[in-house]
Design a binder for this molecule. Structure first.
Ligand code: FAD
Length: 318
């Protein structure tokens, strides 16, 4: 069967959920071959095989931690040449999209970014993308070269499918370009203990209606009761109430969780652009005419300072 190359996103051997989702989609097109870079590759092999990887290729080299993305592109390109896949799937993170774009240039292939679904087609994989702030979906196919496709987190279920999962170490020669930019220091962000915004299954967001940085504690309490990530509208971010890294929308992050709860957010088109593909949308707003109510599955007309704590309390009692 044709092989599909899947770029694995992992942290020290712990495979991140978006990669397991990619394996579900890859199996619709062919046999997934997983590429794992850096430390901890052995630890990933069993999980990847459990989710359908017929082969796990790994590359270990100091370049991955010392330099920016180009060494990773070199390794992916080497895997591409070794496997001759029918498609390459990469998680839609900022880094993933850069890696995918660079690989597409090197292989003379077409690139599809931010797919939200993928299916097999007579002339190659067909990707679904959300367009015009997710008001429409489009289906597209690459007509030149081997399709390189990035897929948004939470676009597919994680499904187990045990495979043989042979682990092979891939030899890679790095290009001169790969050492062009060196990382001189890293400052890790202080962890909040909450899930990563773009990968979270539940996101609770606050907007201008939250009315102050200190009031975000109400949003955070609901998020923590649900094991959710915290998002914010641009109005809240611009006011300095919450960090820009948490902004959802056109100029922020794009999220697609199972559940999105918008509190004190009016539903401007630029905010919708980042959350409209969420599976279930709930809004809490004191204005019954707020545009957010046009796209919600469930809406509560009320003061968020009354409704959100009640919701948090209710979650705690379950
Ligand atoms: P508002 O529109 O002011 O809405 C606040 C809402 O809170 C109102 O509906 C009000 O009824 C409700 N409310 C007030 N008090 C309470 C209460 N106590 N209880 C319940 N409800 C209450 N915006 C983004 O979010 N993300 C982006 O990435 C983004 N990018 C942009 C890019 C460009 C180029 C431009 C021009 C704009 C962008 N914006 C973005 C801004 C966007 O147009 C809106 O201005 C912004 O989303 C509004 O944020 P908001 O809904 O929090 O505030």
């Amino acid at each position: 069967m044709a092989e599909v190359l899947v770029y694995v996103d992992h942290v020290d051997g712990a495979v991140r959920k978006p990669t397991l989702e990619l394996l579900t989609l890859a199996r619709r097109i062919g046999d997934p071959v997983a590429l794992v870079l850096g430390e901890g590759a052995e630890a990933t092999a069993a999980v990847l095989a459990e989710h359908g990887a017929v082969r796990v290729l790994s590359v270990q080299a100091p370049e991955f931690s010392q330099y920016l993305v180009v060494p990773k592109v070199d390794a992916l390109h080497a895997a591409f040449q070794a496997v001759s896949p029918v498609a390459v799937l990469v998680p839609s993170s900022a880094e993933g999209k850069e890696i995918a774009a660079r690989l597409a240039v090197r292989t003379g292939s077409g690139l599809i970014t931010d797919a939200v679904d993928l299916e097999a087609g007579d002339q190659g994989p067909v990707a679904t993308q959300a367009a015009f702030a997710a008001s429409f979906t489009t289906k597209s196919r690459v007509s030149k070269g081997v399709p390189v496709i990035t897929v948004k987190p939470n676009s597919a279920p994680v499904e187990a499918a045990a495979a043989a999962g042979v682990h092979e170490v891939l030899p890679v020669t790095f290009t001169a370009l790969s050492t062009g930019t060196k990382i001189v220091s890293r400052t890790p962000r202080e962890s909040t203990g909450r899930p990563e915004l773009t990968e979270a299954a539940i996101v609770v967001s606050g907007g201008r209606g939250v009315n102050g940085a200190e009031n975000f504690a109400v949003i955070e309490a609901l998020a923590d009761s649900l094991g959710a990530a915290v998002g914010a509208s641009r109005a809240a971010v611009d006011a300095g109430w919450y960090p820009h890294t948490n902004q959802v929308g056109q100029t922020g992050k794009s999220v697609s969780p199972q559940l999105y709860i918008a509190s004190g957010i009016s539903g401007a088109i630029q905010h919708r652009a980042g959350m409209q593909t969420s599976k279930t949308i709930v809004a809490i707003n004191k204005d019954a005419e707020a545009p957010i109510f046009d796209l919600v599955d469930y809406g509560v007309v009320g003061d968020l300072f009354t409704v959100v704590p009640q919701l948090t309390e209710e979650v705690h009692t379950r």
